[in-house]
Write a protein that binds this ligand. Structure first.
Ligand SMILES: Nc1ncnc2c1ncn2[C@@H]1O[C@H](COP(=O)(O)OP(=O)(O)OP(=O)(O)O)[C@@H](O)[C@H]1O
Length: 345
């Protein structure tokens, strides 16, 4: 143990490197940062100008010389340099006023990430000062963060619906028994709303507006009889002028149906392949939903109806992965959960 560690100047950190949001957990402190995974880059110099919330506001609204982008797309690293700059910036912010001394980092990554992309994450963390980088797949981290007894030899089903990917996994004894990752999640739902409003109302809306509609009006199942409405502003494609229209909850539910069905099918496929004894455990314990998509209205009810298995939503769906990385940092018995370990210095 190094000098700095002994005097506890080095704090270890857990990171949920998500396609939609990045969260940072500092050991013995808790979650210190929650930001959208967005970077605004100056086109001419290719230098990052804003990160997180500030950059997200620029999505679809950036001036000509700035490009706001999401460096992780569909669960993979689409822009390495921007990802590295973002990790660097968020770690710096997490340790504001408290200089960072070569921490150990546990990073939650989508399970579909290739070997090359894993190396890229490790390199980015190393450049940001990590002395050791341990990668953990998101469904495992989410299960731990949701409080499932992953160390026991019983079947636990987790469905983590993020921005870019939905990960369905059955976990037992700290390992994935069976899993499926599909590239249909929150982003796809948002895109379905953009397309619906364009097709039916001839109105162009941006990603942020579509996401707002999803959060306010989106549903997977008719939870109550009232068909709620909301006003939406955008650019009318025929007149070229700004216009306000009204959309209803049922209209939005219909346009989300196809993506929701794909998520449901991934859950059913995974259940079908689950060994019988573990399937029996899942019937007893139920299915746990995590990730922002878990909060889509009525999704838990729909899954319960379609599978016949009681479905729970984690207490803090957006925080499950990062809380899981935090648990792993602090609980030495969770030592079989990593998919990659790299001691760097
Ligand atoms: N109340 C809500 N209803 C429906 N969707 C929601 C709600 N709140 C957040 N979301 C969606 O959840 C998604 C983000 O979830 P989360 O932060 O778990 O993803 P991520 O971990 O960044 O992505 P990934 O797991 O794919 O890497 C976004 O698409 C967001 O629009």
């Amino acid at each position: 143990m190094g000098f700095l560690n002994r005097f506890n100047l080095s704090r270890d950190i857990g990171i949920d490197l998500g396609t939609a949001n990045t969260l940072v957990y500092v050991s013995s402190k808790g979650i210190v940062l929650e930001e959208p995974s967005v970077v605004a880059i100056e086109r001419k110099t290719e230098k990052p100008r804003a990160f997180g919330k500030e950059a997200k506001l620029l999505l679809g609204r950036a001036p000509e010389n700035i490009e706001a982008l999401r460096p992780l797309k569909d669960g993979v690293i689409a822009d390495f340099d921007a990802t590295e700059a973002m990790i660097h910036e968020f770690i710096k912010r997490a340790f504001e006023g408290n200089p960072l001394v070569n921490p150990r980092m546990v990073i939650g990554i989508p399970s579909g990430v290739t070997k090359l992309e894993r190396r890229a994450v490790i390199e980015a963390a190393s450049n940001a000062g990590a002395r050791e980088v341990d990668l953990i797949e998101e469904p495992l981290a989410a299960a731990i963060g949701a409080g499932l007894p992953v160390s026991e030899p019983t079947g636990n089903m987790i469905v983590d619906i993020g921005g870019g990917t939905t990960e369905v996994a059955v976990i037992s004894s700290q390992g994935k028994v069976i899993s499926e990752s599909i590239r249909i999640a929150g982003d796809e739902l948002t895109e379905a709303i953009v397309n619906q409003i364009k097709r039916e109302h001839k109105l162009a809306i941006g990603e942020n507006t579509a996401e707002m509609i999803k959060l306010q009006l989106g549903s997977a199942y008719a939870v109550d009889k009232n068909d709620r409405n909301m006003e939406v502003r955008g650019l009318h494609l025929l007149s070229g002028l700004p216009r306000t229209i009204e959309v209803s909850e049922s209209e939005i539910r219909d346009c989300l149906e196809e993506s929701v069905k794909s998520i449901l099918e991934a859950i059913k496929r995974t259940l079908e392949q689950t060994p019988p004894d573990l399937a029996a455990d899942i019937i007893d314990r139920g299915i746990m939903l995590a990730g922002g998509g878990a909060m889509l209205r009525g999704l838990d009810t729909l899954i319960s109806h379609e599978t016949g298995i009681i479905t729970h939503i984690a207490a803090e769906p957006l925080k499950c992965v990062v809380l899981g990385t935090g648990r792993v940092l602090e609980d030495k018995t969770l030592d079989r959960v990593y998919s990659d370990r790299s001691i760097l210095i």
